[in-house]
Design a protein around this ligand. Structure first.
Ligand code: GLA
Length: 389
């Protein structure tokens, strides 16, 4: 779907025109995402239940006659220019541009015939807060480069290539959740995502409830090393049980492996979260299909509690934000969202209580932490695509 022009797009077009001296020809966008449940399951071939959010990365573009790509950002300092090749150099002084370069390189490695282009981007997905600002930038970049070259690829393929850019070029070992959510989001729908088959089942967000995201203001410092460590523990657990992914393991099988001394206590707890979370996520999708927001909220709570006690990826800020939210009127469930170690929580709140909920949450959290708190109420947005200019 093409999204209509608005003030942010107008600002982007003006920015493009000012720096390149000519107006852009086209524009694309890709949203961030919030994961409602199904955390640290994607790289275990499991289930997630995300939705795309109303915040996005937008890129205005104009094809060039040569093989140069120039990029500038409304928010970030530094202009970047590189030649299209399969060995594009990184530049540590302009880290945001690595996402753009990585996408170009991966497309070229795939044999896509790209053309040079001028790009200008703008984004309002908060950075490093677990709402997939990186995936939004990657997916938007791939759409921009393909649009400039008049090439079309399937959304699932775009998500896989964006993930590869992040894994192989940027160097973060993420799963497919973020990129697939951004590429394939569906307006008004959450998506039950099967990370083994990449099949997405749209499930309605029930009437009468809102999705409320609360940013703790804590940025995820150690996320890469801790994320990779959790991933390695999951892989070790699966290997000890003789399967390639924890998707194929039961809680009973895990317990038996621990009793037989095949996995240690830490690995057991990590794997127990993943296996239980897969079950919770399928159950949560069933709740949405049945319109049972209350039962959905209970599963969100259980998810957070396992992420805290068994997977150990929460922190004082996330636990506090969740604890406050659960005590407020109209809150049906609350949990951390994304990789953890900081970033955002997501809560399901009855519509009539949202205003009071937001104000009380901000106030109570600010009384405990000297961090900038931000709360967003969001609907499920459409996935990446064209933008009117
Ligand atoms: C990050 C990663 C995703 C996923 C989540 C945890 O957002 O990028 O691939 O693993 O953490 O569910």
């Amino acid at each position: 779907m093409t999204v209509a022009a608005d003030a942010r797009t107008a600002e982007l077009v003006a920015f493009f025109t000012e720096i390149y001296g000519v107006a852009p020809e086209q524009a694309v966008r890709a949203p961030g995402r919030v994961n409602l449940i199904g955390e640290h399951t994607d790289y275990n071939d499991g289930f997630c239940l995300p939705m795309a959010i109303e915040r996005d990365v937008r890129i205005a573009l104009r094809p060039r006659e040569d093989r140069t790509v120039r990029v500038a950002s409304v928010q970030e300092a530094g202009r970047v220019s590189f030649e299209l090749s399969t060995a594009i150099a990184k530049d540590a002084s302009v880290p945001w541009a690595d996402y753009v370069k990585g996408c170009a390189q991966v497309l070229l490695e795939e044999g896509v015939e790209l053309v040079g282009c001028d790009l200008a981007l703008t984004g309002d997905v908060p950075l490093g807060s677990g709402l997939s600002s990186s995936a939004a930038l990657e997916v938007a970049t791939i759409h921009a480069l393909l649009t400039a070259a008049s090439v079309a690829l399937e959304d699932e393929r775009i998500a896989q290539l964006a993930q590869r850019a992040e894994n192989a070029y940027v160097g973060t070992n993420c799963g497919i959740l973020d990129q697939l959510s951004s590429a394939c989001g569906m307006e008004g729908r959450a998506m039950l995502m099967d990370c083994r088959t990449l099949v997405l089942e749209p499930v309605p967000v029930p009437d009468g409830v809102s999705v409320v995201i609360a940013d703790t203001g804590k940025r995820r410092g150690l996320v890469d090393s801790a994320y990779n460590e959790r991933r390695a523990q999951c892989e070790a657990g699966a290997a000890a049980l003789g399967v390639s992914h924890l998707r194929d393991v039961t809680l009973h099988g895990l317990r038996a492996a621990a009793d037989a001394g095949k996995i240690d206590a830490d690995t057991l707890r990590r794997c127990q979260h993943v296996v239980a979370e897969n079950g919770r996520t399928e159950a949560a999708a069933a709740c949405l299909r049945a319109g049972d927001a209350k039962a959905f909220g209970c599963l969100m709570d259980a998810s957070h509690d396992d992420l805290r006690a068994k997977f150990e990826v929460t922190c004082a800020e996330l636990d506090t934000m969740v604890g406050i939210a659960r005590g407020l009127d109209g809150c049906l469930g609350s949990r951390m969202t994304g990789a953890g170690f900081g970033g955002c929580t997501v809560s399901l709140v009855r519509d009539e209580a949202v205003e009071g909920f937001v104000a009380a949450l901000e106030k109570a959290y600010a009384a405990q932490f000297d961090l900038p708190v931000a709360v967003y109420v969001t609907r499920a947005a459409d996935g990446a695509g064209r933008l009117d200019i």
